[in-house]
Design a protein around this ligand. Sequence first.
Ligand code: 5GP
Length: 210
Amino acid sequence: MNHRGILIVLSGFSGAGKGTLVKALMDQYDNYALSISATTRQPREGEEDGKAYFFKKVEEFQQMIDEGAFIEYAKYVQNYYGTPRAYVEEMLEAGKDVILEIEIQGALKVKEKYPDALFLFVTTPDADTLKNRLTGRGTETEEVIASRLARAGEEAEGIGSYDYLIINDDLDEAVREAHEIIQGEHFRVSRKTAFIEVMKEDLKRFSKGE
Ligand code: 5GP
């Protein structure tokens, strides 16, 4: 029986190491598919179109919104980001666990449409580590770093909407924790309805005296 995969929404403060965590999950385990978002942000050095993101002009992004091509989209620090629907649906149908690495406003919209999605939030152990990681990355201007830190304060208010918190102190440990949480989720009774129906049907043989 081919089970539908789990939709995993992974959010976290900018600089908490979500990207590295997701990359490690993809590298170490087979059953994950990573959704590639569309964005109007400029590519950072080394970011390839179609790999990091699908980089779009604002008009192109707007057209995708009009066509209903997104599961969700949101504005984050002056740019738009959105999750294209087709790939996600296709992979879930194929039984893959699909990871969306998205910010919190988008995550809340996904929750409305996919109530059985699994919500993970990634943080650093403390606020100073967050600032140091953002500064150390060297990819953003001071102004952008300040906006992202301010945004982190707002996002902290929404953590309660998530199912699990991953404190990314040691990367390997965080990767293992994320994987274990997801694996555990597969055993939830509400995800086993097809199995339970077959079992119930099968057990009827005994009540008929077979
Ligand atoms: P960055 O510019 O650092 O690549 O991403 C900025 C933020 O946008 C991150 O928190 C990232 O998770 C989020 N993000 C990336 N793709 C999407 C998306 O498709 N939808 C939403 N809502 N947020 C996204």
